[in-house]
Design a protein around this ligand. Structure first.
Ligand code: IVH
Length: 694
């Protein structure tokens, strides 16, 4: 869609539109050019994961378009980027018929299944060897999109395969789905395309953390989050879910016969990519013969956890369209495609007991102790039951058989219990009425689903607060892990957060298991943490509802952390992303004298309470993308990534043609191999990286 030769001119044009001196009449005359620039940058960001403008510059362009369209509504077009905006409430989703049925796929689980399937396909096509296109099997919610005369006109869920629910307004909130795509360039007037809507792992984790914060039950996996989001009636909520869409199938086209020249599945994915869709062109592989497919499946399964989103297998498709037609389909699925399913990440186990843990905010969480069971390579023995409502909703009793899921690197989750398997010896889960640690009577705030220990000085809360403070995303004090914090607390050395900076190293040296080197490392890590940027300290304090993202906004909005203690709730709400709830929580934190005293003490101990405001543009690595692989010797991975971001660069999550630099540490594996095949990627070792950055 945005051909390479246009990129420079679109970028120059975008920069011209950023000039505040432009006349309104000029803007009205060039409104479609402005829209095109915005579409171009949306595509760079959401499809290519490789933006060419700073966020603030993009916002400026978007606001300009909004302003002009508001003044002259007659020039608004249905595919204007402003028309995504989640205004609209669907009372009821109507049913809409698919142009062609949405079939499902036959499943395979091992090499033998694939060999069988290949043998049949070869027999039917009377060929010795077939060419296959192998691509990820995205684990989300399937969708079908119809484009007519280049415009996105209708989007539906799968439904029963014949008809689905019409969710066009919700799908328009997904920025990787273009509102218009130049199908007519290929002579196509109408097209029905298929794909999958996903919530990536990182967004899913935030989404669940948010639910837990609000005392709502978390979701089992990103698939449920994606399909649930698509059924929300208020499009403005859908817009906030940061959903993504992969398009993997050209199901139907109505075209001028002689203009379209696509004769393979891989070719159709390429065409969809050119049209501006996020099709899996970078992830797919075209191979000859089933053995190459089997090998690819094996290596891909090992890399499954490296992907930023969930996949539950691979899909193998006969590449040639003419052959696909020859092979045809059964009533349920095409004979030319098969799903290769990865090992299940679900298992059943028995609930032995329930323990109650006290968190850093005093919340008392029931934790299920189950008969240990391996799921996807990890043994699961302990799973959070969240709160009483969750236990009630899932109808869980001690002794029950449970279905457990572990989706990727997502924490394990109890999908359901099986009350029908009860023998009569099962017991209801009894909740304690006093804190299991400090025996203070528990309270249950009316609007919450959790019981809390109201004693701020409860040992469990004190310890958990310190564990959070030192954790990787907070102050990142390596060497002071959970076990040491608990040990030093028992010894009376760690009483509160400032005591972390007053540890008696001479006594630690005398302890068994602490060599001179590990004590020096611990000392250095603690000293180094004093220089952590302010946002990390804010995150480390564990103020309710203030996670890493909010901490970053706050750090950008103040000069000194204690400025927050002088602000009213209304003033706090002026900050980006700070709503009533967050403002109230920050205000409560800073109105406690002991918290202000703790912060003053931390400052006197040498911690950084001043904000160093980040420049949003102009860094020397502006627009450049980086990925680290293997073990670095001189820098910590997080430190190196922060150096990139501080210089305007961006960290990517995988190797693709969008990547500029792969920085290779020791024992680098598949990422390095993949990068070697892409000529545009510069491969540097750690020393090369340090040179580049300095
Ligand atoms: S092709 C006619 N390709 O898996 C072929 N499906 O039962 C239609 N899926 O409902 C499907 N990733 O939602 C295809 N790369 C991929 C896919 C994929 C995920 C889903 C799809 C379908 C289910 C198979």
């Amino acid at each position: 869609m945005f051909q390479t030769e246009n990129i420079k001119s679109l970028q120059e044009q975008s920069k011209r539109f950023l000039d505040p001196a432009l006349e309104e009449s000029f803007l009205i005359d060039h409104i479609e050019d402005l829209r095109n620039c915005i579409r171009f940058h949306e595509h760079r960001y959401y499809v290519m994961n490789d933006p060419l403008l700073a966020d603030a510059e993009f916002d400026q362009l978007y606001k300009l378009l909004e302003k002009i369209e508001k003044k002259v509504p007659s020039i608004i077009t249905s595919d204007s980027p402003t028309q995504r905006v989640g205004v609209g409430f669907t009372k009821q989703f109507n049913t809409a018929q698919h142009l062609v049925p949405m079939l499902s796929l036959e499943n395979s689980y091992d090499a033998d299944d694939l060999l069988d399937w290949d043998r049949k396909a070869r027999e039917l096509s009377a060929l010795n060897e077939l060419e296959y296109c192998v691509e990820p099997k995205f684990d989300g919610a399937s969708i079908s999109l119809i484009y007519e005369n280049d415009l996105f006109v209708r989007g539906t869920t799968r439904g029963d395969g014949i008809a689905g629910e019409e969710i066009t307004l919700n799908l328009k909130q997904i920025k990787s789905i273009p509102l218009s795509a130049p199908f007519s360039k290929y002579g196509i007037q109408q097209a029905e395309i298929r794909g999958e809507v996903l919530m990536n792992k990182k967004n899913f984790q935030h989404f669940n953390e948010n639910l837990i914060e609000q005392n709502l039950p978390p979701l089992a996996n990103p698939r449920n989050a994606a399909s649930g989001s698509l059924r929300i009636k208020d499009a403005s909520i859908v817009a906030k879910r940061n959903l993504e869409a992969f398009i993997y199938h050209l199901a139907y086209i109505n075209a001028d016969d002689n203009e379209i020249d696509i004769n393979s599945h891989a070719g159709s994915l390429e065409m969809l990519w050119q049209l501006g869709f996020r099709s899996p062109v970078q992830e797919m592989k075209v191979v000859k013969g089933i053995q190459a497919v089997i090998d690819f499946c094996k290596t891909f399964e090992e890399k499954r956890d490296e992907l930023p989103y969930e996949i539950d297998g691979l899909v193998i498709k006969v590449n040639d369209f003419a052959l696909q037609e020859k092979l045809g389909m059964t009533t349920h699925h095409p004979r030319w495609a098969i799903a290769y399913k990865f090992k299940a990440r679900q298992a059943t186990s028995k609930l032995i007991n329930v323990e109650f843990q006290v968190g850093r905010t005093g919340s008392v969480t029931p934790v299920a102790k189950i008969e240990p069971v391996p799921i996807g390579g990890v043994t699961v023995a302990s799973i959070s039951l969240h709160n009483q409502d969750f236990i009630k909703e899932k109808d869980i009793q001690i002794g029950d058989t449970l279905l457990v899921e572990r989706a990727g690197d997502v924490i394990p989750y109890i999908v359901k219990s099986f009350p029908e398997l009860r023998k009569g010896s099962e017991k209801e889960i009894a909740f304690p009425s006093v804190c299991p640690i400090c025996q203070t009577p528990l309270i249950k705030p009316e609007e919450e689903a959790v019981w809390r220990c109201p004693n701020d000085l409860c040992d469990a809360q004190v310890v958990e607060r310190m564990i959070h403070f030192t954790s990787k995303d907070a102050m990142d004090i390596r060497g002071l892990g959970d076990a040491n914090i608990r040990k030093f607390h028992e010894l009376g050395w760690l009483k509160n957060i400032p005591s972390i900076y007053k540890l008696p190293f001479d006594s630690i040296k005398q302890m068994e298991g602490f060599g001179a080197k590990s004590v020096t490392n611990l000392h250095d890590a603690i000293e180094k943490s004093k220089q952590q940027p302010l946002y990390r300290l804010i995150n480390a304090l564990g103020i309710r509802y203030v996670g890493e993202t909010t901490a970053k906004t706050i750090a950008q909005s103040v000069d000194h952390l204690l400025d927050l203690s002088k602000m009213t709730e209304e003033e706090l709400q002026q900050m980006e992303d700070v709503g009533v709830k967050v403002a109230n929580s920050i205000h409560q934190y800073f109105s406690k004298q002991e918290n202000v005293a703790t912060l003053a003490e931390l400052e006197s101990l040498g911690l950084q309470l001043h904000s160093i405001k980040k420049q949003s543009t102009g860094g020397r690595l502006e627009g450049k993308t980086f990925l680290f692989t293997g073990t670095l010797n001189q820098l910590k991975r997080s430190q190196a990534e922060e150096m990139v971001e501080a210089n305007g660069g961006k960290i990517l999550s995988g190797v693709s043609s969008k990547l500029d630099y792969l920085i290779v540490g020791e024992d680098a594996g598949s990422k390095l191999e993949k990068a070697k095949k892409i000529a545009s990627i510069q491969i540097l070792d750690e020393v090369g990286f340090i040179k580049l950055i300095s």
